[in-house]
Design a protein around this ligand. Structure first.
Ligand SMILES: Cc1cc2nc3c(=O)[nH]c(=O)nc-3n(C[C@H](O)[C@H](O)[C@H](O)COP(=O)(O)O)c2cc1C
Length: 104
């Protein structure tokens, strides 16, 4: 099934505005000062599972680097849309990347 098919899981998630369960939990979250959060752009924003992931942690005092891959779109408002779920984080940067060397 092509990802553009409305019945594809990615589209049911996105347009159903569903919380998507995250596999696993970072037990020692408090040990990290800096977090790199990467995802593919889905319809000009992060996939819903990224929102669910962000909701699961306390972001106060974390320095956050947001990066995304995409077919062609820029990072757009992806970071702003994540804002309600990463309250207290200091967003150091938010950018679309095309190679790993652009992340750090
Ligand atoms: C449901 C869905 C929505 C997507 N929406 C966009 C989009 O709005 N803009 C874009 O440039 N790419 C979009 N893409 C493409 C993905 O961002 C791209 O495939 C992803 O970053 C992974 O890159 P890769 O396939 O080269 O590994 C979408 C892909 C899927 C599956």
């Amino acid at each position: 099934m092509k990802w553009t098919n409305p019945l594809a899981r990615c589209n049911k998630e996105k347009f159903g505005k569903k919380d998507v369960p995250v596999a696993g939990k970072i037990e020692n979250w408090g040990d990290y000062d800096t977090v790199y959060l990467g995802f593919p752009i889905w319809y000009y924003a992060a996939p819903n599972v990224i929102n669910t992931f962000c909701k699961g942690y306390d972001w106060h005092g974390k320095t956050l680097h947001i990066f995304a891959t995409s077919g062609s779109s820029g990072i757009g408002k992806s970071a702003e849309k994540l804002a309600p779920y990463i309250e207290g984080a200091n967003i150091a940067d938010a950018k679309r990347v095309t190679s790993a060397s652009e992340i750090v």
